[in-house]
Design a protein around this ligand. Sequence first.
Ligand SMILES: Cc1cc2nc3c(=O)[nH]c(=O)nc-3n(C[C@H](O)[C@H](O)[C@H](O)COP(=O)(O)OP(=O)(O)OC[C@H]3O[C@@H](n4cnc5c(N)ncnc54)[C@H](O)[C@@H]3O)c2cc1C
Length: 397
Amino acid sequence: MADTHFELDALVVGGGIAGLLTLDALHQRGVHAWLIEQTALGHGQTVWSQGIVHGGLKYALGGSVGEAAKAVSAMPDRWRAMLDGDAEPNLSAVTMRAQACAIWSTGSAASMVGLLGAKLTLQSAPEAWPSNSIPQALSGVRGRVLRVAEPVLEPEHLMSVLGAMHHDRMMLGCVSGIDSSDDGTSVRVDTSAGPIDITCRHLCLLSGSGNEALRELAGLTPGRMQTRPLQMVLARGDLPVLNGHCIRGTKPWLTITTVADDSDGRIWQIGGEVAEWGATESSTATIERATAAVATALPSLELSGIEWATYEAPRAERSTDDGGRPDTPAVLEEGCMLTGWPTKMALAPILADDLAGRIRAGAEPTNVPKQYERPTAATPPWREVEQWTSVHSDIPA
Ligand SMILES: Cc1cc2nc3c(=O)[nH]c(=O)nc-3n(C[C@H](O)[C@H](O)[C@H](O)COP(=O)(O)OP(=O)(O)OC[C@H]3O[C@@H](n4cnc5c(N)ncnc54)[C@H](O)[C@@H]3O)c2cc1C
């Protein structure tokens, strides 16, 4: 009979960017660690994100470099080293959406204050975009177009690459019980090949919005997590490539990233303030607001024939006193249980270092037996949209 009991140094629960980079960091240090994913890699946030490796620009637009901007300022260089294959994990196979983001403003005086703040205070300050290569979508923009060295990667492909790298250390399964004792933690996992029990010295809960339910299952203090909702906008059709932020006042009003559509066209994911406001609005109202904003921000763009949709995406984070965004990644260490939220995809390497630094290697690493199913990358939101609409507002906002 196949063995159904396993002993590990560490079990990682959740295969988003936090779980996969932590698994990788543990593996690099010789720690015997496996990862359990319940649905698909990056389901919920990572694959639904815009894939921008932030360097602090959007936190510094007001003119001062706060904790959040400081925490994230080194991340573009750190990710670029991995994306160039010069640091572990080697992510050189990951598809890139762009090497840099554009920044432009709506032309109002308030917008320019935001851009000036960014120029004055950022470590890697935005610079003028060379006039001969300005993205086509920005041709009608009044005022300067800036370029900031924040790479944009394809999150679904990032999950596939990391998933393939750690194929032998992952399984698809559902955690149905967590029992802690002085000797470690025993985790019951239901898999398609039957239930198994895993005893581990450390349990890393890195399940995004799934952390709250896992913490309850483990008897840990509730209420340590918050979710901040977004209603993101999708546009589909004959769209130009555009990755960047339109600034209004001191905030990104629209953050647009581009991916190739399965059928020749392109998809735009649209976030920023428009998606924040959308969290409390209907899909129709959000599309109307977003299309009016796009018409203002990109005056030369032809919107007829473009189809629109929205998707809801809650950001899961450690709770804060005021419900606002935490500045840094968060780890809660409670006995042998570690719960983590990276806060941003860009910050996940810091979280992974932190967690891996708390766990020592013990047992000789072994692979997950072949009979256990492996998780694959989650489906991006635009492939799950049931209905696209061409109804929109092209009245400038
Ligand atoms: C719309 C949107 C856009 C964003 N854009 C950016 C951006 O451009 N740049 C940036 O840096 N950050 C961005 N972020 C933030 C970033 O996506 C998240 O901070 C990051 O992806 C969180 O990673 P994670 O691994 O903690 O969570 P997730 O990516 O949510 O992964 C959690 C994983 O755990 C699994 N899981 C859940 N419950 C269980 C369970 N019980 N057992 C096993 N597995 C479980 C899930 O299926 C999932 O695979 C964005 C977020 C959103 C919502």
